[in-house]
Ligand binder design. Structure first.
Ligand SMILES: [Zn+2]
Length: 543
């Protein structure tokens, strides 16, 4: 009767059900030995990788077999991959065992090693599981890539979306109502460039967003939110964007605006979310002597706290917060729309809008020109490449640049097309906005500190100092600039549509109106973002 040692190995990817795999192998080996009338001497357990034979239990067994030559006839295992995964190593080990008078054998893949051709079979048995593993990984990889190319999002839905399965069993993602709204809000907030991404994240979480910070930072870079799916670069295939089958949460132009902010391409005035009600202007004001941003703080007097806006340098610039805040309230009054002229104001705007402003057309022409230019540049680059004047890498860089510019310009054009409201759509938006403009003072007084700061942010495109605030010469966003001029004029004399019309901005200043913002909490910032958007956007697209 032959004597055998049983070798049981659990591979690294079986660790989870290690106990089961061990029992299963042992049971099969024991059963085999019973039927084949083989006596079992030892059972060896191993949970080490089969890459080499440098495994603790195996080395121990080997020492024993060397010492006690011819005490054991067989080393048995269930399959060859339990023994080794490397063919040359396995051959060496087999001859070593032979010299100790021991024959290794896989009971489920029996091989007669005296037949040379069986060495080929052995190689297959040893490496097949690994190949299968690689293949499985590769299939998943290609499968995911294919899905992306077809505009499907593979795997777990990003924050703001949910995984769903359609009736025919197809998996897809769809916006997840509240979470989607929070992500939309976050994108808009980042695009304004007033708060850092981290502050926006914290606020979003406070409002109910369920997302980790890292995931959020990754997500705001993911074009999935504007309906595009990124197919990453692989081998000689360049990375590209594919139109997704899912519903976008934000517009492409908003997405790219956010990317510009994150890349630091856009000049931004970052202000902190600050909750001290006594210092609403903190972070918006500059020192009038040295151009630093004024800080705000409280100092403890004998009976109470006194609040100041002050410079952080030694220049000595310091104002009582009470005085500055009061001045700001006067300033607000001077820049509120006069209730008597509000109706007229609205009529003029509607009139202007109906005739699709010349500037809007000009902007469209401008964008179309940009598109052609990018296209020409790309053609030229291709020619230069063919002539050998530039090398492949330079061409790739140029190509990438041109293509990105084209995508962005197209997104802007799309946006303009979408932004065209009918008069009946525009009417209620305008009513709301104009009402706000006539009620700045009371609304401001009742607002939370964050809303107050939003309004201040929407009024001033850059930092202002106390003197310019007092003299009403601080640089203002267009809407407020115009209101102020209208009020000044009306103070003097004659009223009339003509006067107001002449004072209205000449650019398509209504483009900032967004119908989706009606009734939302940040009524100020959106409804009042009549700002000089068209022009600032043109500057941005001077590539
Ligand atoms: Zn200073």
């Amino acid at each position: 009767m032959k004597i055998a040692d049983l070798y049981i190995r659990v591979s690294t990817d079986e660790q989870a059900d290690k106990g089961y795999s061990q029992r299963d192998q042992e049971e099969r080996l024991q059963k085999y030995c019973q039927t084949a009338y083989i006596t079992v001497r030892k059972v060896i357990y191993e949970d080490h990788s089969a890459k080499t034979f440098q495994r603790p239990a195996w080395q121990k067994l080997l020492t024993l077999l060397r010492k006690q030559k011819h005490k054991t006839d067989l080393v048995l295992f269930t399959k060859w991959d339990r023994f080794s995964r490397n063919a040359p190593d396995a051959y060496n080990m087999i001859s070593k065992l032979k010299s100790f008078g021991v024959e290794p054998q896989a009971i489920e893949q029996p091989l007669d090693m005296s037949v040379p051709e069986n060495k080929m079979m052995l190689a297959i048995y040893l490496t097949a599981p690994e190949i299968e593993n690689d293949r499985r990984g590769l299939n998943t990889f290609y499968g995911m890539r294919r899905a992306r190319k077809e505009g499907r999002w593979p795997g777990l839905a990003p924050v703001g979306y949910v995984n769903l399965t359609s009736e025919n069993g197809r998996k897809y993602i769809a916006p997840n109502a509240e979470q989607a709204q929070l992500m939309e809000w976050a994108f808009k907030e980042i695009a304004k460039g007033k708060y850092s991404t981290e502050q926006v994240f914290n606020q979003a979480v406070e409002n109910g967003l369920v997302c980790s910070k890292n995931n959020f930072l990754r997500s705001v870079r993911n074009p999935i939110y504007c309906g595009e799916i990124l197919v990453p670069k692989y081998k000689d295939e360049e990375a590209r964007l594919v139109k997704g089958l899912h519903e976008p949460i934000i517009s492409s132009s908003l997405f790219f605006d956010v990317q510009d902010i994150l890349d630091g391409k856009k000049r931004t005035i970052k202000t902190k979310i600050f909750s001290d009600d006594k210092l609403p202007l903190k972070g918006f004001m500059a020192c009038s002597r040295c151009e630093r941003t004024l800080c705000g703080s409280a100092s403890k007097g004998r009976n109470a706290y006194y609040y100041y806006y002050h410079c952080s340098s030694k220049c000595g610039c310091r104002y009582k917060a009470e005085v500055v805040n009061k001045e700001f309230m006067h300033f607000l009054n001077d820049h509120s729309l006069n209730a008597k002229t509000a109706e007229l104001f609205k009529m003029v705007i509607l009139d202007e809008y109906a005739s699709d402003t010349l500037e809007n057309k000009e902007y469209k022409t401008y964008l179309a020109k940009q598109l052609t230019e990018s296209n020409n540049k790309l053609t030229r680059a291709r020619e230069l490449l063919l002539l050998g004047d530039i090398d492949g890498n330079d061409y790739k860089t140029l190509k990438h640049e041109c293509e990105e510019n084209m995508v962005r310009t197209e997104a802007k054009l799309d946006e303009i097309a979408k932004k065209k409201y009918t008069i009946s759509q525009l009417d209620p938006i305008l009513d709301d906005a104009i009402f706000t403009l006539t009620q700045l003072f009371p609304i401001f007084t009742k607002s939370t500190i964050n809303d107050k700061r939003r309004l201040i942010g929407s009024m001033f495109p850059e930092k202002f100092d106390f003197e310019t605030l007092q003299h009403r010469t601080a640089l203002l966003s267009e809407t407020f600039e115009r209101i102020y001029l209208i009020n000044k004029k009306l103070e003097g004399k004659k009223k009339g549509q003509k006067t107001i019309k002449n004072l209205l901005p000449r650019t398509g200043w209504l483009m900032g109106l967004e119908p989706t913002t009606l009734g939302t909490t940040n009524q100020y910032s959106n409804q009042l973002s009549y700002n000089h958007r068209v022009f600032s956007e043109q500057q941005k697209y001077d590539f």
